[in-house]
Design a protein around this ligand. Structure first.
Ligand SMILES: [Zn+2]
Length: 506
């Protein structure tokens, strides 16, 4: 029905609408397919808000829908799989006619369940019609090993059967599970491989034959559903995790992926992270410098390729999203304490936001030995180094590094207010000049200028051109701890290094 039509309110009106050609009855898969075709013809976005999949995942989903396939999205965590599955509802009609109160959303013109058939017989054309919106036609279940046939498909109620004098396999005695409740809609199962084998068999039977055995009784249940799934690719391809006949009934396997470029990733994080907070009026306006956004994103990219991080579980796009939120919060906290009206995150705020990082990846054995905090700090440092190179490749950094090499030190941490940071940094020759390459001018607000200075210092530290002590003091890099080839017996004693003002110990 198009929304402009007046919706029938009784079975009689519905029948009239159908015979006049105003009601287009079709299966869920045809409905989604035809609505998708309309969207493609209009050149409208298929899945608004899904970024970075336009040339990879989206065309494959389109093909699966056009093919009327049940499909599975294979990907690591945080690759927008659930989001895509939920977005499928936007391809459903605005509303469909149903028998009011029916748990499986029966079509009034062709009811499945015995109760609805009885109502149609009894009430005829006067049977009232309800209209079911598209959001109510999506059912989602996270598969876990303890999910039962009763949860998923349903159960037979012997007491109800005995009371009504019906045979136990009569569907009137059935207590419906999630799948029948998704009838005439979309049923999504996340982490499919975690589903027990016998439930997979049940799903397969319903997909294939329209019936299923419950407690040994065959129950006929010719449901009309689009089934969509998600899984981790390693679990899915592992032998024995998915029964072969079910795998065969899933028409398309579509691989998702992490953002291919930092640019896409930043767009996703910008869309998802809660940074537009000044509307609440609690703190000042928030201005996140582009280089801070880039480093936040690069942290995820670095973590995904770090050998100490478990590749099979992946590093979710939720890492940079949570990280950016925490980085902004650290900046808010500093701005509040300093009474600054403008909240500007700095690179050092990323180190303060470790709690948003360490829970977002699983470590390999080597990483476990090193500790999550340590691994995270190393990852941040590489990320800063990478982004810094992008901004300062070819820049002359010597004036600043020489100032430190001559013994200069600078005490700056993430709690220091912007004015004080700039005062302390002013003594370092060349530092402000480098910050100006980031677009800092004489009239740039102090918090923005301070963030730029902080980025230069952290970039030099990340590239090991200067050092930073555990007490957040920037200083000259230490000389090599030992000669390239130390004599074995020299390792055990104090080793004064020629040309160095300090002594080094092994
Ligand atoms: Zn019914």
């Amino acid at each position: 029905m198009s929304p402009s039509d007046v919706r029938p309110t009784t079975l009689g009106e519905l029948r009239a609408a159908e015979s006049a050609g105003r009601l287009h009855r079709r299966t869920v898969k045809d409905e989604i397919r035809e609505n998708l075709i309309a969207r493609l013809r209009d050149k409208a976005p298929i899945f608004p808000g899904i970024i970075g999949y336009d040339e990879t995942v989206v065309p494959q989903i389109v093909n699966a829908i056009l093919s009327r396939h049940n499909f599975i999205l294979l990907g690591l965590r945080g690759q927008a799989k659930s989001r895509i599955l939920r977005a499928m509802t936007t391809l459903l009609d605005e509303a469909i006619p149903v028998v009011p109160g029916c748990e499986i959303h029966d079509d009034p013109l062709a009811p499945l369940c015995a109760a609805c058939r009885a109502r149609v017989r009894a009430e005829g054309d006067a049977l009232p019609i309800a209209w079911l919106g598209r959001d109510a036609r999506y059912v989602e279940k996270l598969a876990t090993p303890d999910v039962t046939i009763a949860d998923m498909i349903g159960d037979l109620d012997p007491i109800k059967a005995a009371r009504s004098g019906l045979h136990l396999s009569d569907e009137m005695t059935m207590h419906y599970g999630l799948l029948p409740r998704a009838n005439r809609g979309i049923f999504a199962i996340n982490e499919l491989p975690d589903l027990a084998g016998k439930i997979q068999v049940g799903l397969f039977n319903i997909l294939q034959e329209g019936d299923v055995q419950i407690k040994g009784y065959p129950v006929r249940l010719p449901l009309d559903v689009l089934m969509v799934f998600s899984a981790n690719p390693e679990d899915y391809t592992a032998r024995g995790k998915i029964i072969t006949p079910l795998k065969d009934r899933i028409g398309s396997e579509i691989r998702t992926h992490y953002p291919a470029s930092r640019h896409h990733a930043m767009a996703i994080t910008k869309q998802e992270a809660w940074t537009a907070r000044h509307a609440t009026g609690a703190t000042g306006a928030i201005d996140v410098p582009e280089f801070v956004r880039e480093v936040v994103e690069e942290v995820a990219f670095q973590a995904r390729q770090d050998s100490k991080v478990d590749k099979r579980s992946g590093v979710s796009q939720r890492l940079p999203i949570s990280l950016l939120e925490n980085v902004v919060s650290n900046a808010e906290r500093r701005a509040m304490l300093a009474g600054e009206p403008l909240v500007v995150p700095r690179i050092t705020d990323i180190y303060a936001a470790l709690p948003a990082i360490t829970g977002k990846f699983e470590l390999e054995y080597e990483g476990e030995l090193r500790g999550a905090d340590h691994v995270a700090r190393d990852i941040i440092r590489s990320a800063v180094g990478n982004v810094f190179t992008g901004y300062f490749a070819g820049a002359d950094l010597r004036q600043v590094t020489e100032w430190f090499d001559l013994g200069g030190t600078l005490q700056i941490d993430d709690t220091l207010d912007a004015a004080e940071l700039l005062t302390r940094a002013a003594q370092v020759q060349g530092l402000r000049d480098l910050a100006e390459q980031l677009g800092i001018k004489a009239d740039t607000p102090a918090p923005l200028a301070a963030s730029a200075v902080d980025f230069v210092l952290e970039g030099l530290y990340a590239q090991k051109k200067i050092a930073r002590s555990d007490e957040w003091q920037y200083q000259a890099t230490e000389q090599p701890r030992r000669p390239a080839r130390p004599a074995p017996d020299a390792m055990e004693r104090d080793l004064p290094m020629p040309g160095s003002k300090k002594k080094y110990y092994n």
